[in-house]
Design a binder for this molecule. Structure first.
Ligand SMILES: [Zn+2]
Length: 294
């Protein structure tokens, strides 16, 4: 059982992991907190972009010798492969950590990942701790990794000229959560210059109409793990593939109660989606819905 201190550390790690959203792809946004043997926080970190240290490496560096005999609390199973950086499970073993608490297992490890290697080295491992909370940040990456195509968000917004100030602000916030933004015929990085260019490549064009799924697969090969499509220009291409839309984002203006069904009509809440966020603003309401997963 994870202790209250570990649960609190996991929520800190999840919050930190979100600081990597929009720049880590093709890697996942991960956060890590190190507790010393008395349960005090002695290090924390998050992964920012591919080619840079992983969350565990940042946190262990900050903790130094205080990590020995302590606990690493990490939002995703520590990696087991030596790539651009050393394997995190080995760094945790070398640092003398005695326990590792994990929220989400890496679906690509197939039981031969960091967790089993840590356990084989005598480290106590606990998994699925606050998994649902960690998925608020990791779900897009996880979905993309399992499906081999980017997580797809469709922002149901009015077109550029007619957007309200609230809608413009909403879309600006949404862009920063996606690797790739398709708005009409333009194609942009969600955070301009955010990714490591050696490991990330934008698709050649914004023409998703030919075959949406093929276009998404090609984007995935280029390192894209999340895509935001804005507005209705690509509606004809998306409608036959609504099952491939993982998330819908909507902004509606504040209005009189007599207009209730006109601003939030039942078509806005399709069957098979769950609400993951509702934000009331001074002049508008914004909400996001994610597809239900088995
Ligand atoms: Zn790692």
């Amino acid at each position: 059982m994870a202790s209250d201190l570990e649960l609190s550390a996991m929520r800190q790690a999840i919050t930190l992991s979100a600081l990597g959203v929009g720049t880590t792809s093709p890697n996942p946004p991960v956060g890590c907190v190190i507790l010393d043997q008395h349960g005090a926080v002695v290090g924390a970190g998050f992964h920012r972009r591919k080619g840079e240290p992983h969350a565990e490496a940042h946190a262990l560096k900050a903790a130094g010798d205080a990590a020995r005999g302590g606990t690493a609390v990490v939002t995703l199973e520590p990696c087991n492969h030596v790539g651009v950086t050393p394997a995190c499970r080995q760094e945790l073993i070398n640092a003398g950590v005695s326990r590792v608490v994990i929220a989400v297992m890496d679906p690509t490890s197939r039981g031969e990942g960091g967790a089993s290697m840590l356990a084989a080295a005598g480290v106590e491992v606990e998994t699925d701790v606050l998994r649902d909370e960690a998925l608020t940040v990791l779900e897009p990456w996880l979905t993309a990794t399992v499906r081999h195509r980017p997580y797809l968000t469709w922002a149901l917004s009015t077109d550029g000229e007619h957007q309200s100030a609230a809608e413009k602000r909403f879309l600006l916030d949404l862009r920063a959560t996606a690797d790739l933004v398709v708005a009409g015929k333009t194609l942009d990085e969600g955070i301009p210059g955010g990714h490591a260019s050696a490991h990330f490549e934008l698709p050649g064009d914004a023409d998703i109409g030919g075959s949406v799924l093929q276009w998404l697969s090609a984007a995935y090969e280029g390192g894209v793990r999340s895509t935001l499509v804005v507005g209705y220009e690509h509606a004809a291409a998306l409608r036959p593939h609504l099952h491939a839309v993982d998330e819908f984002a909507v902004a509606v203006p504040r209005t009189d109660p007599s207009q209730a069904l006109e601003v939030v009509h039942s078509d806005l809440i399709p069957i098979g989606l769950r609400l993951v966020g509702v934000v009331a603003r001074a002049d508008a309401l914004t909400f996001r819905m994610r597809r239900l997963r088995a």
